[in-house]
Structure formats: structure tokens, C-alpha cells
Write a protein that binds this ligand. Structure first.
Ligand SMILES: CC[C@H](C(=O)O)C(=O)SCCNC(=O)CCNC(=O)[C@H](O)C(C)(C)COP(=O)(O)OP(=O)(O)OC[C@H]1O[C@@H](n2cnc3c(N)ncnc32)[C@H](O)[C@@H]1OP(=O)(O)O
Ligand code: CO
Length: 134
């Protein structure tokens, strides 16, 4: 069911500093910041030959990543995103397997303009999993 690794997300305490570091120290192709108010984050995508890195910074008062950054003030890997062909079929299958889908269970449009869902980290070995329909 899951396909390619679409991105690995890193929550960062300073989006500009992290972007500069990837651009200069790591010589990466770093995109521009993108506000995603529906998700409570500002994101910067870094294109790699085989996947993407998504830098995340809280946007707004009740960002879902604020708690994570309070617990991890230097930042850290926040989630992985796998691609799926059919996000509703994937959701229904995962729920039938007992996995918890976060939010109201309905996909939201993510940073790539595609439907995304999140699965509770406690159900996947402490790893927050995002699914993106491509
Ligand atoms: C623009 C969209 C973009 C895209 O790719 O298209 C995005 O990726 S948007 C990314 C931001 N949005 C989300 O992350 C939505 C899903 N996340 C959530 O709903 C919350 O972050 C949640 C519920 C996973 C955690 O929220 P919170 O930290 O406030 O809750 P708790 O403190 O109760 O945490 C419960 C439990 O989970 C552990 N935890 C929290 N975050 C993570 C994480 N990223 N990875 C692993 N574990 C995590 C937390 O430490 C708690 O564990 P415990 O042992 O009970 O202390
Ligand atoms: Co993501």
C-alpha cells in the first residue's frame, strides 16, 4: 500500500537558520518558506535526488508542532510522509487494523496540493506518519 518516501519532516526552532544551513553548509536546493495556515505551520521544502526534506516551523497560536518543539527545543525529526495511490482506501484499511487517524479522519490538502492524513505516532513505533495521495 505505501509507496515512495515523499518527505522527511524536521521541526526547527529557527527556519531561516536551518534553511541557510542546508543551502550553504549542505549545498542543497532550498525552496522558499510557505505558510500553511490550515496546518498551523510554515514549511520549507528541500529537494533531494530521491526525496524531500520538509523544514517545519509553528504558525499561529495552536500549531500542532509547538508541543514537539517545547519538548525538543533544538528541533528534531517530526514525521515521515509515504505516498499512497488512494488515501481513503488506505485510511479505511488502517482503521480496520486499529490505527488511529488524527484530526477528524478526513484528508486535508497538504503543502503539495494533495490530500494528506496523519497516523498517531504511538501506533507506529513512536513515529508520526503522514500519508499523501499522489
Ligand atoms: C502543510 C502540511 C505539511 C505537508 O507535509 O503537507 C505537513 O506535514 S503539516 C505537519 C504538522 N501537522 C501535524 O503534525 C498534524 C499531525 N500531528 C498532530 O496532530 C500532533 O502533532 C500529535 C497529535 C501527533 C501530537 O500532538 P501533541 O504533541 O500536542 O500531543 P501530545 O503531547 O499529547 O503527544 C502525544 C504523544 O505523542 C508524542 N509525539 C508528539 N509528536 C510526535 C512526533 N512528531 N513524533 C513522535 N512522537 C510524537 C508525544 O511525545 C506524546 O508522547 P508521550 O510518550 O505520551 O509523552
Ligand atoms: Co509533511
Amino acid at each position: 500500500m505505501i509507496g515512495r518516501l515523499n518527505h522527511v519532516a524536521i521541526a526547527v526552532p529557527d527556519l531561516q537558520a536551518a534553511s541557510d544551513q542546508y543551502r550553504t553548509a549542505l549545498g542543497a536546493n532550498v525552496g522558499k518558506p510557505q505558510d500553511e495556515p490550515a496546518h498551523g505551520v510554515t514549511v520549507v521544502f528541500i529537494e533531494l535526488p530521491n526525496t524531500k526534506i520538509e523544514l517545519l516551523y509553528p504558525l499561529g497560536e495552536d500549531s500542532p508542532i509547538s508541543g514537539f518543539l517545547e519538548k525538543n527545543p533544538s528541533g528534531g525529526i517530526h514525521h515521515v510522509c509515504y505516498e499512497v495511490d488512494d488515501i481513503i482506501a488506505a485510511r479505511d484499511h488502517l482503521q480496520s487494523e486499529g490505527a488511529r487517524v488524527l484530526g477528524n479522519g478526513e484528508p486535508k490538502i497538504g503543502a503539495h496540493g494533495k490530500p494528506v492524513l496523519f497516523l498517531h505516532p504511538k501506533d507506529f513505533n513512536g513515529c508520526l506518519v503522514e500519508l499523501e495521495e499522489v
